[in-house]
Write a protein that binds this ligand. Structure first.
Ligand SMILES: Cc1cc2nc3c(=O)[nH]c(=O)nc-3n(C[C@H](O)[C@H](O)[C@H](O)COP(=O)(O)OP(=O)(O)OC[C@H]3O[C@@H](n4cnc5c(N)ncnc54)[C@H](O)[C@@H]3O)c2cc1C
Length: 440
């Protein structure tokens, strides 16, 4: 991937997966809010659009710059901790892998995290990046204050309330401006006790509803066409650090099994896609059962060096079992050549005009395709299936959504667009991709 530190005007810009490429005419790395204001005014006066690049880890074109790319790579770090209210204020460019150790020094940790920690905090909260846990919302739901520079170049600090601006900022895809600082609700430092097991799909489905309430985090990996699933369960406990030796061993295991062996299987499937179903079953049969304990930020993320494309949808939690039965029935027919496991997680319902989980506890189902293998017709089938379940896509992942579908799935979309127009009347943050996605 290109490096934000070395970027030059007119050079190639690409996301992590490599499926989105652009050649922005200008790339800016501001070091202060004043410099951000100047870039926004410069863009507005020249009628150019800006997209902020976080860590470019979105699979969709949400971060794709048309004219001007801006990165907050030079605006990172912890600004302050309010221990009494359990809140931390961070610069928007701070990467998640920096946040764990920064908060731990003050005795705090993030409420939840997803699979990886390469994203920037502003990028993560702009797309509703989530982990798993039916009592927990996305990273966006932890935000209590947003500090942003709008499309007029005006700096705002907004404390979360029940007002339209809060609902619009909750998940905004950077359409209201540049998020320069965020304040997050944090928890006293905690560890996680992780247990990874193998089970049958039949057992998993029969116990899913109770299981997700008995553990703080439950995550499934379903191997296409296989009767075996991997279940990862995690629960919070008093802080215990992993020893350096244990960290080393865990890392080797993850690199060799989850990445090394899986890379070899994936290359085989790329060479002969018809082997995908057999390889999926082989991977399922070799799921490693494991147990580990460590500080939360050491346990949530895993290294992901096998590259892929991804589509992910939130559906009502009550529909999860039925949806999985349908997915399994389809894979058993053997028409789709997919070996990459589906990842199933849960979240609490939350606020936000653009939140995929608004109003309901949700199950997220993520569908992957190895980089270099065609994601079609798989993703088209996924999209059609998800329409049946009124699935709302993760904005940072691939989908086939049209503006008509967005308007049908998001009842408050007009309110969002009204707030957007108020804070960005000259459409500095509204690229063609976003216009096509939101304007009928
Ligand atoms: C390997 C991998 C694993 C992943 N795992 C998960 C997971 O477990 N859970 C999950 O929910 N998602 C996951 N994702 C998706 C990822 O978390 C989101 O797409 C996230 O938005 C990426 O953050 P980023 O910093 O790279 O932002 P980018 O992709 O660079 O940007 C995302 C959006 O935020 C905007 N933005 C970024 N910074 C700012 C700012 N300062 N101000 C205003 N707007 C801004 C961008 O313009 C864009 O619209 C994963 C992605 C990958 C590649």
């Amino acid at each position: 991937m290109f490096s934000v530190e070395k970027w030059k005007n007119g050079e190639k810009w690409t996301n992590w997966a490599g499926n989105i490429i652009a050649y922005p005419s200008e790339m800016h790395l501001p070091c202060s809010i004043e410099e951000v204001v100047n870039v926004v005014k410069h863009a507005r006066d020249r009628k150019k659009t800006i997209r902020v690049t976080g860590a470019a880890h979105s699979f969709s074109a949400v971060a794709m710059p048309e004219h001007i790319a801006l990165s907050l790579h030079n605006m990172r770090g912890l600004i302050s901790i309010d221990a009494e209210n359990q809140e931390a204020t961070l610069w928007g460019g701070t990467y998640l892998y920096e946040i764990g150790p920064l908060l731990a020094k003050h005795g705090f940790g993030l409420m939840n995290m997803g699979d990886i920690q390469e994203q920037s905090i502003a990028g993560a909260v702009s797309t509703g990046t989530h982990g798993t846990g039916v009592t927990l919302g996305s990273l966006s739901s932890a935000v209590t204050r947003w500090c942003f520079v709008d499309g007029n170049g005006t700096y705002h600090e907004h404390i979360r309330g029940t007002d339209d601006l809060s609902e619009a900022l909750h998940v905004s895809l950077g359409m209201l401006g540049v998020l320069v600082k965020v304040t997050l609700k944090v928890l006293p430092l905690y560890s996680l006790h992780y247990i990874g097991t193998r089970d049958t799909l039949t057992n998993g489905l029969a116990t899913f509803a109770q299981d997700i309430r008995q553990h703080r985090h439950v995550e499934w990996f379903y191997f296409p066409g296989s009767e075996t699933i991997q279940i990862k369960r995690m629960n919070a406990m008093a802080p215990v650090y992993q020893s350096e030796w244990r960290k080393y061993v865990e890392n080797i295991k993850l690199q060799m099994v989850e990445n090394g062996a899986f890379f070899a299987i994936s290359e085989l499937c790329k060479w002969k896609p018809a082997l995908s179903s057999a390889m999926s079953k082989l991977a399922a049969a070799n799921v490693v059962e494991a147990e580990k304990i460590g500080i939360s930020y050491e346990i949530y993320p895993s290294p992901r060096s096998v590259k892929f494309q991804e589509s992910e949808y939130a559906i009502s939690l009550t529909q999860f079992e039925a949806c999985m039965e349908e997915i399994h029935a389809m894979f058993k027919k053997g028409h789709l050549h997919v070996h990459f496991p589906l990842e199933c997680r849960t979240t609490a319902g939350e606020a936000g005009y653009l939140s995929p989980t608004q109003g309901q506890e949700s199950a997220f189902i993520a569908f992957h395709m190895y980089k270099g293998m065609s994601e079609e017709p798989y993703f088209t089938w996924v999209h059609n299936l998800m329409q049946k379940y009124h699935g709302r896509p993760h904005w940072g992942k691939q989908s086939h959504l049209t503006a008509q579908q967005v308007h049908a799935l998001y009842p408050n979309i007009d309110k969002f667009l009204t707030v957007r127009a108020q804070y960005d009347p000259d459409k500095v943050f509204f690229t063609r991709y976003l216009e096509q996605l939101f304007i009928l």
